[in-house]
Design a protein around this ligand. Structure first.
Ligand code: GLN
Length: 283
């Protein structure tokens, strides 16, 4: 079978689960994973024979995709902020929206040095590592309750040569030293249990619940805890940046304002959703 024939088959099989753009992106990832090919290599090799081994590998990946498994868990890799992260079950796959959160911090602080930064619920380590590599001489600490996630985050920091200190800790119990931080960033679990029905299989059946769902009747509980951590451990003028569930964005904003935070601002993501919040602690 030629590469072209296999492509026709794969396109047909994936057509039912992805739109055209997603399908082509996934096909490139499959060929890059199995054959080490770029987009150009794929075009150049279209008329060539595909080995039985490669065909079996590719078909096996397509089977797993059809059952809903995320491509990033199959290849073990995800791109974030121009870097390759290792990801596997047990760690949330970095999302493009979260790059916009990192962008906001970099935009505000790119000219500052030696910032002490804490990432709460770091998962794969994507935010902490992106900041450590982008902000000069920053001192980045990251906590996560999941040992599985921490193991992958430590490996990512090491392969990406980022200097981040990782701690296994529960955000509801752990507290940094008073007035020790310039920036707190967090993408906490923020999906409410009543949203499960609207979620894609790829997310709800494969990604770790601990990274997705608020385990409380209070949908803004993580943000209340981050507020508490912020008021105790930020230096005066310190900043908090968080990713939000758009449903509760106004609620979180009102809460921070009521607690005395300044310059509280909600930002819209590239999908038009109220997705991020920033606030300044100035007491
Ligand atoms: N943005 C993720 C999603 O929609 C959720 C991540 C989170 O809960 N922090 O799947």
């Amino acid at each position: 079978m030629t590469v072209r024939e296999e492509l026709i088959e794969v396109r047909k099989r994936l057509g039912g689960i992805f739109d055209r753009r997603e399908r082509e992106a996934v096909i490139l990832l499959i060929f890059s994973h199995v054959k080490g090919w770029s987009r150009v290599d794929l075009i150049i090799n279209e008329g060539k024979e595909l080995s039985d081994f490669a065909k079996q590998e590719i078909d096996g990946i397509v089977d797993r995709l059809i059952l809903g498994e995320p491509i990033q868990y199959i290849t073990g890799r995800a791109r974030f902020y121009g870097m390759d992260f290792n990801v596997g079950p047990g760690v949330l796959i970095p999302r493009p929206e979260t790059e916009e959160l990192v962008d906001w911090i970099v935009e505000d602080s790119k000219d500052r040095e030696d910032l002490a930064i804490l990432d709460i619920g770091s998962g794969s380590g994507c935010i902490a590592i992106a900041l450590a590599r982008t902000l000069p001489y920053s001192d980045v600490t990251a906590i996560d309750i999941s040992r599985d996630a921490l193991i992958q985050a430590v490996a990512n920091a090491s392969s990406l040569k980022a200097n981040v200190g990782f701690i296994t800790a529960d955000m509801y119990e752990w507290m940094p030293s008073p007035e020790s931080l310039d920036i707190i960033v967090s993408n906490p679990p923020y999906i409410a249990p009543d949203e499960v029905a609207d979620m894609e299989v790829r997310v709800k059946d494969f990604e770790p619940s601990v990274a997705l769902f608020v385990t409380s009747d209070d949908p803004i509980r993580p943000y209340k805890r981050i507020e508490e951590i912020g008021r105790r451990s930020l230096k005066p003028g310190g900043l908090v940046y968080m990713e939000l569930n758009p449903r509760f964005a106004d609620h979180v904003k009102a809460y921070y304002k009521a607690k005395g935070w300044n310059d509280v601002e909600v930002r819209i993501d590239s999908y038009g959703k109220k997705r991020f919040l920033k606030g300044r602690w100035s007491f």
